[in-house]
Structure formats: C-alpha cells, structure tokens
Ligand binder design. Structure first.
Ligand code: HEM
Length: 506
C-alpha cells in the first residue's frame, strides 16, 4: 500500500516537474529571454533570498552586479517574476509614459494598511485625489509648515544635548521628530512624541514593514491559502489594529477641534488677514471636502491619512538619518557646511530659519542630494505592465512587474562618473545642468512622482541645519559594516552611531 502511494506521489511530482520545466506559457517564454540567474522550477530564486533581513538588500544589489551591463535583470520569487531596472534609460521608458501607472503586484500587501490611497490608486480615482490633495502642498502652505518644522527641529536640537560627547543611535530621535512634524503640519494635531520618547505607532510601523518583507521573500507566505493561518498573519493583524487606532484617533480629534471652531457643517474655509481665501492643510482639506461637497467618505479619509502618515514620516526619517551619517563620515564636507551655516545664519543661536536662509543653504542642499543618491530613502518602487513593453532592446511581457532599483540607477556609470564616490559637488549647478532627467530619481519622476517632495526637502534642510549649526558630528559606524535594510524605506540595520559636540561655548 505504502509503496503504491509513494509511486503515485513520485509520478505526480514528475508530471508537475515536466509541466513546469518543458511546457511554458508565452509569458514565461518571454521572461526567459531576459538576463537573470538560473532558477529552480518550483521555488524560482527564493533560496538566494533565504538570508537574514539585514542581508537582503545586498543580495539584491549583488545579484544585479552579476549582470552589471544589463539594463534589466529577471528573478523569480517563487512563481512570481520580478524584473529589476538598473539603468537610467530603462527607468525613462516607464516613468516618462503616463500609461504605466499601475503599481507593482507587491503593493497589494500594503492594502490592508493603507487601502486604495493616493500611493496605489489608478485612473480616475487617482486623478481626482491627486487634484484634490496637490493644493495642500502649495508653497503658501509650505511656508506655514516652515514655522512648525523650525519649532520641532529646535526641540530636537535641545533634546540631543543629553547625549553630548557620547556615541548614541540618532535614528530614533529623528523618527520621533519626523512623526511630530507630519502630525502637526498635515494633520493639525500635536502628539509630542519627541518629549514623551515613546510611540506605539512607530513600533507598529516598523513591525508592519518587517511583516510585509517577510511575506515577499518567504516561500510559505507565497501560498495565499496558507497565509491566514501563519504567525506573520496573526502578528500583522495585531499591528494593523494599533496603526488604524492611531490614525482614527487623529481624524476624530481634528474633526472635533474643527467642529468646535466652526460649528458642524458651517463653512470651514477661513480667510487670512487680507481677506483672501486661506488654503487648508491636508486633513482639514479632506474634512472640508467631506462636509461641503461630500466628495470623499470616511473610508477615503482614513486611507489617505494612513498613506500620508507612513509616506510622510518614515521616508524623511531615512533621508535625514543618512544625510547626518554622511556628514559625520566626511569631515571635509562637514567643515564646508559649518562655514556656510555660520555665514547664512550667523553664529548666535538660531531662532528661525527663513525661506531666504533655506535658499542660501546651497552646499547643504548638495550634500542632502548626494546622500539621497547613494542612500535613496525609497530604494525600490515598482510598476505592473499592462502591455508588452520594449525596454532597451528587451521585451517585457504584459502582466510582469518591473522594479526600479534606485541606487543602481543612481550609480549608472554612463551618467555618473566614479559612481561609488560620495561627492556633493555633482549637484553644483554647473555640474548638474546637463544631467539626464531620469538619472536622479529619489522622488521618482513623471506624473506619479512624490507629492511631498518639496515638503521633504524643506524638512531635511531645516533639521540638518539646526543640528549642524549647533553641533559637530562624528560617527563610529563603519561604511563597510552598514547593512542597510530595504523595508519600503532604507533603514540602517543597527542604527547610526553618532557623537555630537557643541560647536560653541555658551
Ligand atoms: C525623503 C523623503 C521622501 C522620499 C525619498 C519619497 C519618495 C517617493 C517615491 C520614490 C515615490 C513614488 C513611489 C511609487 O511610485 O511607488 C513617492 C510617492 C509618494 N510620496 Fe513620497 N517621498 C518622500 C517624502 C514624502 C512626504 C514627506 C510625503 C507626504 C507628506 C510623501 C507622500 C507621497 C505620496 C502620497 C506618494 C504617492 C504619490 C502618487 O502616486 O500620486 N512623500 N515618494
């Protein structure tokens, strides 16, 4: 009996093997023509990704390095193909074409968290929401946000004093400052996480992104019917509860504040001192759209708030942390920044960084951009192709997901001489003016670029300026041992160890 069952099992296994190996669909045949490593017919290349989470990003980079002359590299995550784009010209083909606006298949994993918010939606829904939200990043509103960013950056610079002359991990401090900034600017709510020093929300964000990456690269999680019974599913369920409770509370509090000010249903749009219609910040505008036009329901508001809470703090945290790391790593660039800051802001304690100051901090901006080139805060983003598409001589079939490997694109040697060298001068106007428009894409490019780009650059500059004006930085974190983790944003796996020393005696 046992022998018969074993024979049937073996025959079944052989039949499946023959089917997978020799009877390929048109889709698979097209993918096989792309450059990529050999793979197992059952699990694809998943064994290459069966490494610790802090090694995953370098496994992907190493894999693309094996095909360093190729603009595209194909891998199989189980039965799901993923095509990495690694050259500037390949990025241009997709980003310059408005019809490629469907996000990659793995974004679906973010659905239970952010729903169909601005990051994922497509077609008419995306256009309507983008039109609705874009004015909330108008320069007049950013000008109001500048005050809040100044205030939170000053709190951060004060708090950091407790670590003077000791090495400490700066990443959690930056995370809390960024969270306070997005809550007070876009949501109109003060949560004071910098002063309290704890936040369930921040722990939940980190836990959630870990769960999602495990799902992409774990073989068992690929089997949809098994997933709900897995440990990751249970953990994800608990974390989602924390995330949604936090954002629901923000919406309710802001609603209550506005209702108290304006009486329910009354026109919320206020006028400024010149009698002009005042522009509303993000959450106020969504609530106004609901009260006055009914153009967004509660679910819509919740999904946009969840999207902006994540996109608006984790990304900037990453950008600031890597910038400070690079400044600490290179004393010669730090000295130039100190000189510029003293020239622009003077040598007394900073009370406010104005928009004029910001535009004069040109060298600091070059360092921030070079940092985003080498350590892109969003290291990978993807699109699903809805038609066969030619990319630099390779035909990628409809239905495949292409992923922009941003650091590889930022180090394409046809556009970046000595790409591995950290050199802020690349961004001086005389060196940047003729650069290919798709060579530097930390905020993506084209019509689905980052809506918060100017907000982010302002925040990065203000926080870096407050810290650098007051302190000198050193780091003991070695570049060779960094192991950045790519969990939707690029994080340092063991934090960044920084020592700060006051530049002036008070
Ligand atoms: C250093 C900081 C930031 C970086 C590097 C960054 C990067 C990006 C990238 C690469 C995309 C495209 C993603 C894709 O196509 O899948 C994106 C989209 C987006 N970002 Fe950012 N981002 C940053 C900060 C922000 C901030 C501060 C906000 C909000 C306040 C924000 C909100 C968004 C939203 C809503 C989208 C989706 C836009 C759309 O599809 O219409 N981001 N960002």
């Amino acid at each position: 009996m046992m022998i018969t069952v074993s024979c049937y099992a073996l025959i079944l296994f052989l039949l499946i093997y023959i089917k997978l190996k020799y009877f390929k669909s048109k889709f698979e045949k097209m993918l096989l023509k792309l450059p990529g490593p050999g793979y197992n017919v059952f699990i694809g290349n998943l064994m290459r990704f069966a490494v610790k989470r802090e090694e995953l990003y370098s496994v992907i980079s190493d894999l693309c390095n094996e095909f360093s002359n190729e603009p595209v590299v194909r891998v199989w995550l189980g039965k799901t193909p993923r095509i990495f784009l690694t050259k500037v010209e390949a990025a241009k083909v997709i980003l310059s074409d408005i019809s490629h606006d469907v996000k990659g298949v793995h974004y679906k994993l973010l659905y239970p968290w952010m729903g169909d918010g601005l990051l994922f939606s497509t077609g008419a829904k995306w256009r309507e929401r983008r039109r609705m939200i874009t004015p909330t990043f108008h320069f007049r509103i950013l000008e109001e946000f500048r005050g809040i960013m100044n205030k939170q950056a000053a709190i951060l610079a004060d708090i950091l004093t407790e670590n003077t002359n000791n090495y400490f991990n700066i990443h959690p401090y930056i995370t809390r400052a960024s969270l306070d900034i997005i809550c007070e600017t876009a949501m109109g709510i003060q949560i004071g996480s910098q002063l309290e020093k704890t936040s369930n929300f921040l722990q939940a964000v980190s836990g959630m992104t870990q769960c999602l990456i495990q799902r992409i690269f774990n073989i068992w999680s690929q089997i949809a019917i098994l997933f709900p019974f897995s440990q990751i599913a249970r953990r994800q369920h608990q974390i989602l509860e924390v995330l949604h409770t936090f954002t629901r509370k923000i919406i309710q509090e802001r609603k209550a504040e506005l209702e108290a000010k304006t009486q329910i249903g009354a026109k919320m749009t206020m006028e400024n001192e010149f009698g002009q219609k005042r522009r509303l910040a993000f959450l106020d505008m969504l609530l106004e759209a609901q009260y006055e036009h009914g153009s967004i329901d509660d679910k819509g508001i919740q999904e946009e708030v969840d999207t902006f809470m994540f996109e608006g703090h984790d990304t900037t945290t990453s950008g600031i942390t890597w910038t400070l790391y690079n400044i600490a790593r290179f004393p010669e660039f730090q000295a130039k920044i100190h000189e510029e800051l003293d020239q622009v802001l003077g040598t007394e304690e900073v009370t406010e960084i104005s928009s004029q100051h910001l535009s004069n901090l040109k060298y600091l901006e070059c360092v921030i951009k070079e940092s985003l080139r080498c350590f892109p805060a969003v290291p990978i983003f993807s699109r699903k192709l809805l038609r066969d598409t030619d990319i630099c001589g390779y035909t990628i079939p409809s239905g495949a997901t292409v992923s922009f490997l941003v650091e590889r694109i930022h180090k394409d040697s046809n556009h970046w001489p000595e790409p591995e060298k950290f050199d802020p001068d690349r961004f001086l106007p005389e060196n940047a003016s003729n650069r290919h428009p798709y060579a530097f894409i930390p905020f993506s490019a084209g019509h689905r670029n980052c809506i918060g780009q100017r907000f982010a650059m302002m925040e990065l500059k203000i926080i870096a300026a407050y810290i650098l004006h007051r302190y000198s930085l050193k780091t003991e974190t070695k570049f060779e041992t960094l192991q950045p983790i790519s969990e939707f944003v690029l994080r340092p796996s063991n934090g960044i160890s920084i020592k700060i020393q006051p530049r002036r005696t008070t």
